[in-house]
Ligand binder design. Structure first.
Ligand SMILES: Nc1ncnc2c1ncn2[C@@H]1O[C@H](COP(=O)(O)OP(=O)(O)OP(=O)(O)O)[C@@H](O)[C@H]1O
Ligand SMILES: [Mg+2]
Length: 143
Protein backbone atom coordinates (compact mmCIF):
# COMPACT_ATOMS: atom_id res chain seq x y z
CA UNK A 1 0.00 0.00 0.00
CA UNK A 2 1.13 3.55 -0.68
CA UNK A 3 -0.47 6.75 0.56
CA UNK A 4 0.20 10.44 0.09
CA UNK A 5 -0.85 12.42 3.15
CA UNK A 6 -1.33 16.19 2.87
CA UNK A 7 -2.38 16.70 6.48
CA UNK A 8 -2.58 15.11 9.91
CA UNK A 9 -6.17 13.96 9.38
CA UNK A 10 -5.07 11.85 6.43
CA UNK A 11 -2.17 10.46 8.42
CA UNK A 12 -4.70 9.42 11.08
CA UNK A 13 -6.71 7.64 8.40
CA UNK A 14 -3.61 5.88 7.07
CA UNK A 15 -2.81 4.70 10.61
CA UNK A 16 -6.32 3.31 10.87
CA UNK A 17 -5.91 1.42 7.59
CA UNK A 18 -2.51 0.13 8.62
CA UNK A 19 -3.86 -1.16 11.92
CA UNK A 20 -6.45 -3.22 10.02
CA UNK A 21 -3.67 -5.03 8.16
CA UNK A 22 -2.03 -6.34 11.34
CA UNK A 23 -2.72 -9.90 12.31
CA UNK A 24 -1.26 -10.57 15.77
CA UNK A 25 1.00 -13.56 16.23
CA UNK A 26 0.65 -16.18 18.92
CA UNK A 27 3.38 -15.93 21.55
CA UNK A 28 5.36 -13.32 19.66
CA UNK A 29 5.15 -9.56 19.56
CA UNK A 30 4.24 -7.72 16.39
CA UNK A 31 7.21 -5.54 15.48
CA UNK A 32 7.00 -2.54 13.19
CA UNK A 33 10.08 -0.80 11.85
CA UNK A 34 9.43 2.89 11.22
CA UNK A 35 11.82 3.86 8.43
CA UNK A 36 12.42 7.43 7.27
CA UNK A 37 14.49 10.57 7.80
CA UNK A 38 14.27 13.11 10.61
CA UNK A 39 10.85 14.74 10.55
CA UNK A 40 9.42 12.24 8.08
CA UNK A 41 6.53 11.52 10.45
CA UNK A 42 7.42 8.37 12.40
CA UNK A 43 6.45 9.74 15.82
CA UNK A 44 3.37 11.47 14.41
CA UNK A 45 2.18 8.19 12.90
CA UNK A 46 2.78 6.40 16.20
CA UNK A 47 0.58 9.00 17.91
CA UNK A 48 -2.19 8.37 15.37
CA UNK A 49 -1.91 4.63 15.85
CA UNK A 50 -1.93 5.01 19.66
CA UNK A 51 -5.08 7.09 19.51
CA UNK A 52 -6.75 4.45 17.37
CA UNK A 53 -5.71 1.78 19.90
CA UNK A 54 -7.28 3.68 22.77
CA UNK A 55 -4.03 4.72 24.42
CA UNK A 56 -5.08 7.32 26.96
CA UNK A 57 -1.67 8.77 27.83
CA UNK A 58 -0.10 11.46 25.73
CA UNK A 59 2.37 9.88 23.34
CA UNK A 60 5.68 11.74 23.27
CA UNK A 61 8.75 11.21 21.15
CA UNK A 62 10.95 8.64 22.90
CA UNK A 63 14.14 10.20 21.51
CA UNK A 64 15.48 11.13 24.94
CA UNK A 65 13.94 8.35 26.99
CA UNK A 66 14.69 5.65 24.37
CA UNK A 67 11.56 3.68 25.18
CA UNK A 68 7.97 4.42 26.22
CA UNK A 69 5.24 1.92 27.11
CA UNK A 70 1.52 2.58 26.84
CA UNK A 71 -1.60 0.65 27.81
CA UNK A 72 -3.80 -0.29 24.87
CA UNK A 73 -7.48 -0.18 25.83
CA UNK A 74 -9.20 -0.55 22.48
CA UNK A 75 -7.91 -3.61 20.65
CA UNK A 76 -9.06 -7.25 20.79
CA UNK A 77 -5.53 -8.59 21.03
CA UNK A 78 -2.79 -6.03 21.72
CA UNK A 79 -2.40 -4.87 25.32
CA UNK A 80 0.82 -2.84 25.33
CA UNK A 81 2.30 -0.44 22.81
CA UNK A 82 6.06 -0.16 23.12
CA UNK A 83 7.60 2.78 21.29
CA UNK A 84 11.37 2.74 20.88
CA UNK A 85 13.61 5.39 19.33
CA UNK A 86 17.03 3.89 18.66
CA UNK A 87 18.47 7.08 17.14
CA UNK A 88 20.92 7.69 19.98
CA UNK A 89 21.98 4.09 20.45
CA UNK A 90 25.70 3.56 20.40
CA UNK A 91 26.57 0.54 22.52
CA UNK A 92 25.30 -3.01 22.90
CA UNK A 93 24.78 -2.33 26.64
CA UNK A 94 22.13 0.26 25.82
CA UNK A 95 20.28 -2.29 23.76
CA UNK A 96 20.41 -4.85 26.58
CA UNK A 97 18.86 -2.31 28.95
CA UNK A 98 15.75 -2.36 26.79
CA UNK A 99 14.58 -5.87 27.66
CA UNK A 100 13.72 -6.17 24.00
CA UNK A 101 14.20 -9.94 23.86
CA UNK A 102 11.67 -10.44 26.61
CA UNK A 103 9.20 -7.99 25.10
CA UNK A 104 9.42 -9.80 21.77
CA UNK A 105 8.20 -13.01 23.40
CA UNK A 106 4.88 -11.49 24.41
CA UNK A 107 2.26 -11.72 21.67
CA UNK A 108 0.21 -8.96 23.32
CA UNK A 109 2.95 -6.41 22.60
CA UNK A 110 2.90 -4.11 19.62
CA UNK A 111 6.44 -2.77 19.24
CA UNK A 112 7.21 0.27 17.07
CA UNK A 113 10.84 1.13 16.46
CA UNK A 114 12.17 4.42 15.06
CA UNK A 115 15.68 4.20 13.57
CA UNK A 116 15.63 0.38 13.57
CA UNK A 117 18.88 0.31 11.56
CA UNK A 118 20.67 1.13 14.83
CA UNK A 119 19.56 -2.16 16.40
CA UNK A 120 19.01 -4.24 13.29
CA UNK A 121 20.71 -7.38 14.66
CA UNK A 122 18.22 -7.44 17.52
CA UNK A 123 15.07 -7.26 15.44
CA UNK A 124 13.55 -10.53 14.26
CA UNK A 125 10.78 -10.73 11.68
CA UNK A 126 9.12 -7.34 11.34
CA UNK A 127 6.84 -5.20 9.23
CA UNK A 128 8.51 -2.27 7.50
CA UNK A 129 6.63 0.99 7.43
CA UNK A 130 8.24 3.73 5.33
CA UNK A 131 7.95 7.51 5.52
CA UNK A 132 9.13 10.18 3.13
CA UNK A 133 9.08 13.95 3.54
CA UNK A 134 7.76 15.31 0.21
CA UNK A 135 7.27 18.95 1.24
CA UNK A 136 6.33 20.87 4.39
CA UNK A 137 2.87 19.34 4.71
CA UNK A 138 3.05 16.28 2.48
CA UNK A 139 4.29 12.85 3.50
CA UNK A 140 4.44 9.58 1.59
CA UNK A 141 3.67 6.53 3.75
CA UNK A 142 3.97 2.99 2.43
CA UNK A 143 4.36 -0.64 3.43
N1 LIG B 1 0.85 15.01 6.31
C1 LIG B 1 1.55 14.93 7.43
N2 LIG B 1 1.56 13.78 8.16
C2 LIG B 1 2.28 13.68 9.27
N3 LIG B 1 3.05 14.66 9.78
C3 LIG B 1 3.08 15.83 9.11
C4 LIG B 1 2.35 16.00 7.92
N4 LIG B 1 2.58 17.26 7.47
C5 LIG B 1 3.42 17.82 8.35
N5 LIG B 1 3.72 16.98 9.35
C6 LIG B 1 4.62 17.33 10.45
O1 LIG B 1 5.83 16.65 10.26
C7 LIG B 1 6.45 16.47 11.52
C8 LIG B 1 6.89 15.02 11.67
O2 LIG B 1 7.65 14.93 12.83
P1 LIG B 1 7.89 13.56 13.60
O3 LIG B 1 8.40 13.92 14.93
O4 LIG B 1 6.68 12.71 13.50
O5 LIG B 1 9.05 12.93 12.70
P2 LIG B 1 9.96 11.66 13.01
O6 LIG B 1 9.99 10.89 11.74
O7 LIG B 1 9.52 10.99 14.24
O8 LIG B 1 11.39 12.34 13.22
P3 LIG B 1 12.62 11.88 14.16
O9 LIG B 1 13.45 10.92 13.35
O10 LIG B 1 13.34 13.18 14.40
O11 LIG B 1 12.08 11.28 15.41
C9 LIG B 1 5.45 16.87 12.60
O12 LIG B 1 5.78 18.16 13.07
C10 LIG B 1 4.13 16.91 11.83
O13 LIG B 1 3.23 17.84 12.34
MG1 LIG C 1 10.42 10.59 16.05
Amino acid sequence: MEYISHNLETTNEVAKEFLKTLSPLRGRATIIELIGDLGAGKTTFTKSLAEELGVEDIVISPTFVIQKRYNITNHPHFKTLIHIDAYRFETQEEIKALDLEQDIQNGENLILIEWPSKIQNHIPESIKLNFEHMNETTRKIWW
